[in-house]
Design a protein around this ligand. Structure first.
Ligand code: KG4
Ligand code: ZN
Length: 373
């Protein structure tokens, strides 16, 4: 009886003032019969996250426990530490996400989890925890590809965004230009041949003496410098106009700093950050805009941690306005890893019949266009 009642209701928290005091009231609200509530988990790298998402478009809660302070001590993510911290945090973060959404595990319709790509030990924590929840509560289990979830962060913020569109997915581990034909049908047009964009930002920032993850700090410093102070290489991949190659850009920054150090010369870090930013943004936006032109795309979307980059967002906004393209970018709060985006993509995976059984495993690599489980 209790279970049946829990399934029909969730709680909406309303702030009220009683006798001048602010009080949070939990008001029971009858859930609509056809709405789908997904509890989603994310643990692919160094954020343990859980969220409850309604119909793929509305985040009722989103809780993220970041480990970044600990990994900063080592200058990058230490996989073994990441797995251990996920194991410690996952249950509390999940309880908090349910509590903030005012919903019980019984009342959610499915459990979703990032299962690929990422650090295998880190992914395994989320996958096993999600399997346990799904099995014990008798809910479907939805496996979600991490890069697809970054794209889906945009569905939460932009109700009018629907495929098809062209998307640049740029994170710490991947740089892709994809055509999102439908919510679960992807065609890859370009990818990086070596370092990912975020990795290149972090390595260049590290060489400039910034702590991990340096991408955001380099981005903050760049507006203070002269973007034309240093001529850095714009690596191109011969015969593959949409592919990226970032290792040459990273090496150019490292060599420049090394040579200056050997000569005892000071490098103006703001100028170097500005020159790096200008080059990276030109490469990313150049390939994306070329792909948009060649494929006749009308809608362009940014996704992934590097989509928070101020230079990239500004340049794309300017170019898209000039070219009459619609541009969608995720809000800064949804650019980095979170579970709300997992719940958003999970809704569409579920609608396409993509659920998994208890044999679901974590996969460190997996093509974005052809996930398998
Ligand atoms: O998507 P994400 O949170 O995690 C992965 O899936 O990898 O991306 C993290 C990456 C890091 O390399 C981080 O330095 C970079 O995104 N990043 C940025 C900015 N904010 C985060 N890179 C450049 N500019 C930023 N504002
Ligand atoms: Zn990510």
């Amino acid at each position: 009886m209790l279970r049946a009642a829990q399934k029909r209701f969730f709680y909406v928290r309303l702030p009220m003032r009683i006798g001048g005091r602010a009080v949070l009231y939990a008001i029971p609200k009858r859930r609509k019969e056809n709405d789908m509530y997904i509890l989603a988990l994310e643990s692919s790298c160094d954020e343990t996250a859980a969220a409850v998402v309604q119909d793929g478009r509305r985040a009722l809660s989103s809780v993220v426990a970041s480990q970044v302070e600990e990994h900063r001590l080592y200058g990058g993510v230490v996989p073994e530490i990441a797995s251990r911290r996920h194991a410690e945090a996952v249950s509390g973060v999940t309880a908090q996400a349910l509590e903030q959404a005012g919903i019980s595990l019984d009342a959610v319709d499915a459990v979703a989890v990032t299962y690929a790509p990422g650090l295998v030990g880190a992914l395994l924590v989320g996958v096993n925890f999600a399997k346990g929840l799904a099995l014990s509560a008798g809910k479907p289990l939805i496996p979600v590809h991490h890069l697809r979830s970054h794209v889906a962060a945009n569905y939460l913020a932009h109700p009018d965004l629907e495929p098809p569109f062209l998307c640049l997915i740029v994170s710490g581990g991947h740089s892709h230009i994809v055509r999102v034909e439908d919510y679960t049908c992807y065609t890859v047009l370009g990818r990086t041949r070596d370092d990912a964009a975020g990795e290149c930002y972090d390595k260049a920032a590290r060489a400039m003496g910034m702590p991990y993850p340096g991408g955001v700090q380099l981005d903050r410093l760049a507006p203070e410098g002269n973007p034309d102070a240093f001529a850095l290489p714009h690596p191109r991949v011969e015969g593959s106009p949409y592919d990226f190659s970032f290792s040459g850009l990273k090496t150019a920054v490292v060599n420049l700093l090394h040579k200056a150090q050997q000569k005892g010369e000071e490098v103006n870090r703001a100028d170097l950050a500005a020159s790096f930013q200008k080059t990276a943004v030109e490469v990313l936006s150049g390939n994306l805009l070329r792909a948009a032109e060649d494929t006749g795309a009308k809608t362009v979307v940014l996704a992934g941690g590097v989509s928070a980059n101020s230079g990239l967002r500004a340049r794309m906004a300017e170019e898209c306005t000039r070219r009459g393209l619609r541009l969608f970018v995720p809000p800064l709060s949804l650019c980095g890893d979170n579970a709300a985006m997992v719940g958003a993509q999970a809704f569409y995976e579920y609608c396409a019949g993509h659920t998994a059984g208890m044999e679901l495993n974590a996969c460190p690599t997996m093509p974005v266009e052809a996930p398998a489980w």
